[in-house]
Design a protein. Structure first.
Length: 149
């Protein structure tokens, strides 16, 4: 049996090795693309989570403003967002909040507080947070109602 193995000179040809390498390359490229999609999806989730936290922070600020029959500081934002990296169609007034996330420094989150009278003693507060990631605009909005104390 050992002699047969030595006499058998069949093996892989260069063509077979090249085809195997091409198949391995295609599988590797598909796995790398999958990893890149996963990383991008993870970053979008991180940005959305940060936007939710910022919206909650802005709602708590609005809830803590004086809103009584004699003092009403609960108003819409008037500051300008000119020069900020806001999504297309985002309101021109608001507050720019910058955060450091992972390996990104000073990432722009555009925020807008819109206050609408809702009856004689109630106001509706709408908070919108917008940001851009890889050229695409994203927004997150929350609303609450506050009565005169």
């Amino acid at each position: 049996m050992d002699q047969f193995a030595l006499l058998n000179k069949k093996g892989f040809t260069l063509i077979e090795v090249m085809i195997a390498l091409v198949v391995l390359l295609l599988v590797s490229l598909a796995l790398m693309q999958t990893a890149l999609v996963g990383i991008d999806s993870n970053m979008r989730n991180v940005l959305r989570d940060e936007a939710v936290g910022i919206a909650e922070m802005r709602v708590n600020e609005a809830r803590n403003l004086p809103f009584t029959p004699t003092v009403d500081n609960l108003i819409s934002d008037t500051g300008s967002l000119a020069g900020a990296n806001c999504p297309t169609g985002f309101p021109a007034t608001g507050v720019l909040i910058q955060r450091n996330l992972k390996n990104i420094t000073n990432f722009d989150f555009c925020t807008n507080r819109a206050v609408t009278p809702f009856g004689t003693d109630t106001k509706q507060i709408n908070i919108t947070v917008g940001w851009r990631w890889k050229g695409e605009g994203y927004t997150h909005s929350i609303a609450t109602i506050r009565k005169i104390e």
